[in-house]
Write a protein of this length. Structure first.
Length: 681
């Protein structure tokens, strides 16, 4: 197939049915994510397969129109299981062809269950550290540290490919721990969820953590920041409708040679040189006929389907003279040639300089933490939350917070209220056309901005607290862009910017974990390309995709956000983003049917409802969340809280939109605040 932009619009094999895409499952696997990036969800149905063999079989049998399988990783090389099936020694899959490729940035997370906290040993720095060996030389250090102690981990599950991608981290922090191969990273997460002992861990994606309710024990444990996996899209037979494409193409063949003939392999490879066909990779697998004789796989530039100068035809005709057998396995558009060579942080920002402007630059923001701003936030939310969700000591009928300051339980900033403090200090003349600031923006062509999720960690103890009655000179927030990642292609390409904020009374606070009164917050922002007028109009009328929760909440709050609520919160948070203020802009430019509820407002609402359900000695230790679907003004939403039945220090918190599906999904860990500590109550 020469023109793969057609892939998302192909006609189904049977006109009366929706074409099926088979992928190596379960749901949330990296292969699933690759499949979603290639096929429009509205036009295809997705079928998770247990193994790569199952994918090949469903495509060969015609049960699936397409199959998606991993082929190679940039760090750890070829996926042996896929090569084995492409070798097809018994002609089991005679009609399988590769028709497309897809690349996916792969960031591995260590998932599992946190061990009970121990003040002495609960430190990432004492987790399995080892004396350097020849396999882990001293200069080679992992890119990240564990988020908690890992001493309780006895075994790790993952797909075999992942071991080699994370060897430095594993050697430094989990040396000697039993490693168990499973069919996919998502299956690994499933198995850890099923292990009630809490001593197992999985290497998988952050999405798998959300789906299976697992704790993130470490983030970004892959050895290289530019870690990528390439996937092949399979089909049965050749796409006869494929058009000639001006894009660069690649092809794959397999062949065997007479191993007794000196130079046999060199003769085959020289056929490509003679016709100036560039080879891009060579792999091999045993023939399983004679020991140490091999089937070779050669990938090269050019297409058998679109070969105007007949270089590929000439090379293959020449190859046929020197091999015992050979097979053409497909041609497709070369996606790699169209990808910039920058790292994940730098890619597609026009220049390395723009990326370096965002990455690793610190901005310090001062705030005197006046209690009036928090009080006005309480007043703003008072009509939308029941009194049980009000902060301790707040009286909606009292307009003078100075009186409330005398109440010791109201001395600490309520959970989430830090979100209306420490705004970016940008004058109106420096705002972008959509009303946002440029400090975190990657710039053109990524001009639309959304709040995708994040996390917050609170500290309890005798250190600095957000105390209205303290003699503090104020607080500092250090803001830093810690990562920039690119996902998708073409008009659907997005820039994901991760921001870390550290709030403390100490200007030089740089703790790895929150301590002495600090709040550490991460924000995940996604920047997208502008929509056409037609695309915005279509998006504004598109029905919601509804994924309903499988569990009932212990407690819930129904509320309907109003335009005035959004306007008042925009003012409190110093946020002029038009999607919260201008319904015409939201509809005609961004493609939303109404004004959007702010991401930080959703977070404050979830924290407020969660806090109302805690016992007196409990406080919110950490909260992770992901925004899954927009919430709109004048549409009812339901804020839900449920305590985990087995891990009682864990809560699931979510917001359902007007259709009853997930809009925001979060999880919280609560901690003992200790005697006499107000914490975040």
């Amino acid at each position: 197939m020469a023109s793969q932009p057609e892939l998302g619009t192909k006609e189904p094999e049977t006109a009366t049915t929706t074409p099926v895409v088979s992928f190596l499952g379960p749901v949330s696997s990296y292969t699933h994510q690759a499949a979603l990036s290639c096929f429009e969800a509205a036009k295809y149905s997705y079928d998770p397969a247990t193994s790569i063999t199952d994918v090949f079989e469903t495509v060969q049998s015609g049960e699936a129109a397409f199959g998606v399988v991993p082929f190679e990783n940039s760090t750890n090389g070829a996926v042996i299981f896929t090569l084995e099936l492409l070798a097809d020694r018994h002609n089991t899959y005679p009609d399988i062809n590769v028709c497309e490729e897809a690349y996916l940035d792969v960031s591995h997370y260590l998932l599992g269950h946190r061990a009970p906290r121990n003040a002495v040993t609960d430190s990432p720095d004492v987790s399995g550290t080892c004396t350097p060996t020849t396999s882990i030389p001293s200069p080679l250090k992992p890119r990240t540290k564990p988020l908690c102690n890992l001493k309780h981990i006895e075994r790790i599950y993952t797909h075999p490919q992942a071991w080699g991608q994370c060897e430095t981290f594993l050697g430094a922090y989990l040396k000697g721990i039993e490693r168990i191969d499973v069919s996919s990273t998502s299956r690994a997460a499933e198995m850890v969820k099923e292990d009630t002992s809490g001593t197992s861990a999985a290497i998988a994606s952050s999405l798998a953590a959300e789906i299976h309710g697992l704790d993130v024990l470490a983030r970004g444990i892959e050895d290289r920041e530019d870690n990528k996996t390439r996937f092949f899209i399979l089909r049965k037979g050749v796409d006869e409708k494929a058009n000639a494409s001006p894009a660069k193409t690649k092809s794959l063949i397999s062949f065997t040679v007479d191993h007794r003939s000196p130079g046999a392999l060199a003769q085959v490879l020289d056929c490509f040189r003679a016709y100036t066909v560039n080879l891009t990779s060579i792999n091999s697998r045993p023939t399983n006929v004679v020991p140490f004789q091999y089937i070779f796989f050669v990938e090269f530039e050019g297409s058998k389907l679109n070969d105007p100068d007949q270089r590929v035809e000439g090379a293959l005709a020449s190859v046929a003279k020197f091999v015992q057998s050979w097979r053409w396995l497909g041609s497709w558009d070369d996606k790699l040639s169209r990808m910039p060579s920058f790292t994940r942080r730098e890619r597609e920002f026009g220049s390395v300089g723009v990326a370096s402007r965002l990455i690793d630059k610190s901005y310090w923001i001062f705030d005197d933490l006046s209690p009036m701003l928090s009080h006005r936030l309480n007043i703003t939310l008072a009509d939308f939350l029941p009194p049980s969700c009000y902060p301790h000591g707040f009286n909606r009928d009292n307009s003078n917070p100075g009186i409330e300051r005398r109440n010791a339980r109201y001395r600490t900033l309520p959970p989430g209220h830090h979100l209306v403090y420490f705004p970016t200090q940008v004058p109106d003349s420096e705002l972008l056309p959509d009303g946002t600031d440029s400090v975190q923006s990657p710039g053109e062509p990524f001009v639309r901005r959304m709040w995708a999720g994040g996390s917050v960690k609170f500290s309890y103890g005798t250190g600095v607290r957000f105390d209205y009655n303290s003699d503090s000179d104020g607080f500092w927030c250090e803001e830093q862009v810690t990562n920039v990642a690119m996902k998708g292609e073409g008009d659907n390409e997005k820039a994901f910017v991760t921001i870390e904020r550290r709030i403390s009374e100490d200007y030089s606070m740089r703790d790895e974990v929150p301590s002495r009164g600090a709040i550490i917050e991460t924000r995940d922002l996604v920047f997208m390309k502008r929509k056409s007028v037609a695309a915005a109009k279509e998006a504004a009328t598109r029905p919601d995709k509804v994924v309903k929760p499988a569990q009932e909440p212990d407690f819930s709050v129904l509320m309907t956000p109003t335009k005035s609520l959004l306007a008042r919160f925009s003012g409190l948070s110093f946020n002029a983003h038009f999607i919260h203020l201008d319904p015409q802009y939201a509809r005609e430019v961004e493609g939303h049917r109404n004004l959007l509820v702010h991401g930080p407002l959703s977070l404050i609402l979830m924290l407020s409802v969660l806090n109302s359900q805690l016992k007196e000695h409990e406080g919110i230790g950490s909260f992770d969340y992901r925004n899954l679907a927009p919430l709109y003004a004048n549409e009812e939403m339901k804020i839900c809280v449920r305590r985990d039945r087995e891990k009682t220090n864990r809560f699931n918190v979510w917001i359902e939109g007007c259709s009853g599906g997930y809009a925001v999904k979060g999880s919280a860990l609560v901690t003992n605040k200790g005697p006499g500590i107000d914490g975040c109550s």
